[in-house]
Design a protein around this ligand. Structure first.
Ligand SMILES: [Zn+2]
Length: 322
């Protein structure tokens, strides 16, 4: 099925979409040495655990298929484990742009070519391959266990409107920051926080339709149960912490910047003439988080003191200032 780019349709999501897309890249920087020392190894373990749970969920029959982009060495390593679990797999004909799962991943940006691979049982793989060749996104999403609302969202945003980034679309209807219609503030379940997906940090393998999607939360819960079952409890507790940190996504001229208290990331996004911002408010800031005066950083302790001096909080404080 051929999908035409239609400027009128694009207006649904962006006010001023531009017709170019920057080449793939993922850049990231830790906000401090302690942040990297503590969270660097944890990010690696979480990323590996996420992949393992996504395919073990097929073994546990929580989803029929799993889809990945792997380089040859990874395929060789994982295929031994899949064989031991009696799962089948198949390399798929590559599609451009890549669909059905996250294709922009820092693991794949190290100059190693990757291949698209599906695993499951033989019958489901045959169904999947047919859907893949037909570009039948509804069937692809169903076989991968994605919620129906998110399958429709993907068809609209990624297929019909050809967005490569779904963050602005999934924040639709959320409250504006300081009455700025291009800046939104979101709360919700950590399961729908996909802002760090380019580092392999994700609770679900798909693009959620919103920050409050119930189907996404249920799938994330299933994957967490798998993690607990196969001894990856620590990794999923770290994942839960990371996804609850405050974060800010902003997109301008085709570049998205994602800032968290621990790490900053730069990746391509849909090109727009003005800056769009989504603030994920989060619920906890990590101990190693960087200080700063703007969101999502925490105020340095001296700022708290300054605040207390300006607005004394008790009668004793007030008396001391007279
Ligand atoms: Zn959904």
């Amino acid at each position: 099925m051929k999908t035409e780019i239609c400027r009128e349709e694009s207006l649904d999501i962006y006010f001023d979409r531009l017709d170019f897309l920057l080449k793939d890249f993922v850049r990231f920087a830790w906000t401090s040495g302690p942040a990297e020392r503590v969270w660097g190894p944890r990010f690696s373990r979480v990323g590996a655990a996420v992949i393992r749970c996504e395919w073990m969920a097929v073994k546990f029959k929580l989803r029929r298929c799993a889809l990945f982009h792997f380089c040859d060495q990874e395929i060789e390593r994982y295929s031994r484990e899949w064989a031991a679990q009696r799962l089948s797999w198949k390399l798929l004909r590559d599609r451009t742009p890549r669909i059905g799962t996250w294709w922009l991943n820092v693991r794949l940006r190290r100059g190693r070519p990757s291949r698209t691979i599906v695993l499951g049982n033989d019958l489901d793989i045959a169904d999947f391959e047919q859907a893949w060749d037909d570009q039948d996104h509804e069937s692809i999403g169903r076989l991968l266990g994605y919620p129906q609302c998110c399958r429709s969202f993907f068809e609209d945003v990624a297929v019909r409107q050809r967005c490569v980034d779904t963050v602005w679309a999934m924040s639709k209807g959320r409250e504006n920051v300081s009455s700025d219609e291009f800046s939104r503030s979101v709360n919700g379940q950590a399961a729908s926080n996909i802002l760090l997906q380019s580092l392999g940090i994700r609770a679900v393998p798909h693009a959620p339709c919103s920050f409050g999607c119930r189907g996404t939360a249920l799938l994330a819960h299933d994957l967490m149960r798998v993690a607990h079952e196969i001894g990856l409890r620590d990794e999923y507790e770290w994942l839960s912490s990371i996804l609850s940190w405050p974060a800010e996504w902003s997109g301008l001229h085709g570049i998205a910047e994602i800032a968290t208290p621990i790490i900053k990331i730069c990746i391509p996004t849909d090109a727009t003439g003005r800056k769009y911002t989504v603030r994920w408010n989060g619920t906890a800031t990590p101990e190693e988080g960087a200080n700063g005066l703007v969101f999502p950083f925490k105020l340095p302790s001296s700022s708290h003191n300054t605040n207390a001096l300006v607005w004394p909080t008790s009668a004793a404080d007030a008396a001391a200032k007279r």
